[in-house]
Design a protein around this ligand. Structure first.
Ligand SMILES: [Fe+2]
Length: 310
């Protein structure tokens, strides 16, 4: 095995032999078989793409300039690279290939993580994930986390995040100080979690960067259907990253990041039984915090999540 290139014969490289030569050079000192597989597959498919579309020099320049812009747009608060993966369907494909839940008929299906997951405060059941005066209609979000045999699971971590009623995540809005519309809960002895959020609204994925330029250029929909994200974890069960989508949204069939699955579409229901609901879920203080205690009702999103055992 030669690592330096010394004493190797030079071969004229052509469109026909270049690909195998590059694969050989890139993989011969690779540390393991998986690295070899990943690198050789990437080169093979990239080169095949260039050959198939007969990529022109100007198009190649446009491509690397575009990827440069995507990288330069990334900040700790703005992940344009994940967004690129999302809008090209790569995130959804990785999820589909790796989702243990997809192999089960009874487990809750997974959905894409998206670029807006972040650290959040641990809250008690019944608390509000919205800050004081948060923009949006109050929504009770609740359910039970169960195993596939129907047994409720206590002590499950339920990480919830969503936009405010204007369709922005806290990290997109410098005027919101600290975590807002996100929180981490634990299921009680009956496997229940319950919290006050805001009624989800459809929102445009960030369109002021290179991904927005591409979507407009292709005439694509830029609006995600209203949804709430969940990441659900327990040491004895397989992690579940998913989201629940509003049946009322016009954008469920054209989600720009391909996250919607039929089983994850829910009715976000209006309930006028606020006093009973609030009492049953110990929500009075959270609703007061949102200054909505005098409303006639609130929105309710209910869903039971089913986890797979490890
Ligand atoms: Fe989202």
């Amino acid at each position: 095995m030669a690592a330096t290139g010394e004493n190797e014969s030079l071969e004229d490289l052509t469109a026909d032999n270049l690909t195998q030569h590059v694969i050989n050079i890139c993989t011969r000192n690779a540390p393991d078989d998986r690295t070899k597989e990943l690198v050789s597959g990437l080169i093979q498919h990239l080169h095949d793409y260039v050959r198939e579309v007969r990529l022109r020099t100007g198009e190649w320049e446009t491509g690397w300039q575009y990827l440069t812009e995507v990288g330069q747009f990334c900040t700790p608060e703005r992940q344009e690279m994940i967004l690129l993966s999302d809008v090209l369907g790569v995130s959804a494909l990785v999820d589909a290939i790796n989702s243990a839940q997809a192999q089960s008929v009874s487990a809750t299906e997974s959905s894409v993580l998206g670029p807006f997951h972040n650290e959040a405060h641990v809250l008690e059941n019944g608390e509000s994930i919205g800050s004081e005066g948060v923009i949006g209609e109050p929504m009770l979000i609740h359910g039970t986390v169960k195993a596939t045999d129907g047994t409720a699971i206590e002590g499950v971590t339920v990480d919830v995040w969503e936009t405010n009623g204007n369709g922005f995540y806290d990290m997109q809005d410098p005027s919101r100080d600290g975590p807002d519309c996100r929180g981490v809960f634990r299921t009680d002895s009956e496997g229940r979690f319950y919290l006050i959020g805001v009624k989800s609204v459809d929102y445009n994925i960030p369109d002021d960067g290179p991904i927005g330029v591409m979507l407009r250029h292709l005439g694509r929909n830029q609006t995600r259907p209203a949804h709430v994200h969940f990441q659900i974890k327990h040491p004895a069960y397989i992690d579940l990253t998913t989201a629940l989508y509003s049946r009322d949204s016009k954008n469920v069939a054209t989600d720009p990041v391909f996250g919607v699955k039929k089983s994850l579409i829910k009715d976000f229901q209006w309930s006028e039984e606020l006093p009973a609901v609030a009492k049953g879920y110990n929500l009075e203080s959270s609703l007061q915090r949102m200054n909505v205690q005098n409303r006639k009702g609130l929105w309710v999103l209910e869903h039971d999540f089913v986890l797979l055992r490890k």
